[in-house]
Design a binder for this molecule. Structure first.
Ligand code: GTS
Length: 207
């Protein structure tokens, strides 16, 4: 297969791209890096920003998970139907990234002291995506077909449903969005797979 993902043995910042590749009928290779090897520094020194994930697409080597999602969006017709939609998809994906950063801060820095407040604040963050989805008759974030931003929103919502199972109960459009994405046959198959299920969501075992 043309794609090789190099990352740690977690879903983390590769959850969305794996769901996207599966839904787009793509196969890919996984290079799993264990943290002890990583700490030796040899591989880290070859990474543009000293971090993973990395994807190889033929002779192209890309870092930055959102740049990878956009590249896969261009490769697989999942970046809107015109520049206006592409710009709106970029905007929504940046919004998803803002939520990812909040979630990562909770998981890695504030889990024990901050979980209750995070869950209290969550509806105000999720309601922004609820409003966008509710306005779009296709059920997707932008336009009339799936985009890379949909996969990222879907995956981050799955992770939030683990943190707080009831978090979508007052958000019908998001609940329907998760159901719609989960029902896509190739996504359903991937989410049922051991490859997906065997990986923890985050690197510190907290979820
Ligand atoms: N902006 C980057 C962030 C990448 C990043 O933070 N990678 C972490 C792992 S994870 O947070 O994505 O799980 C890393 O390489 N950490 C190891 C290190 O920094 O040495 C992206 O989106 O890809």
């Amino acid at each position: 297969p043309p794609y090789t993902i190099t990352y740690f043995a977690v879903r983390g910042r590769c959850g969305a791209m794996r769901i996207m590749l599966a839904d787009q009928g793509q196969e890919w290779k996984e290079v799993v890096v264990n943290f002890e090897d990583w700490m030796k520094g040899d591989l880290k020194a070859t990474c543009v920003f000293g971090q993973l994930p990395k994807i190889q697409d033929g002779d192209l080597e890309l870092f930055q998970s959102n740049a990878i999602l956009r590249h896969l969006g261009r490769n697989h017709g999942a970046y809107g139907s015109n520049n206006k939609e592409a710009a709106q998809i970029d905007m929504m994906n940046d919004g998803v990234e803002d939520l990812r950063l909040k979630y990562a801060k909770l998981i890695y820095q504030e889990y024990d002291t901050g979980k209750e407040q995070y869950i209290k604040d969550l509806p105000s963050h999720l309601s922004k995506f609820e409003a966008v989805i509710a306005k779009n008759k296709s059920g997707f974030l932008v336009g009339d077909k799936v985009s890379f931003a949909d996969y990222s929103l879907f995956e981050v919502l799955l992770n939030h449903q683990v943190l707080c199972p009831a978090c979508l109960d007052t958000l019908p459009a998001l609940k329907a969005f998760v159901a719609m994405m989960s029902a896509r046959p190739k996504i359903k198959a991937f989410l049922d797979s051991d490859d997906y299920k065997k990986l923890p969501i985050n690197g510190n075992g907290k979820q």
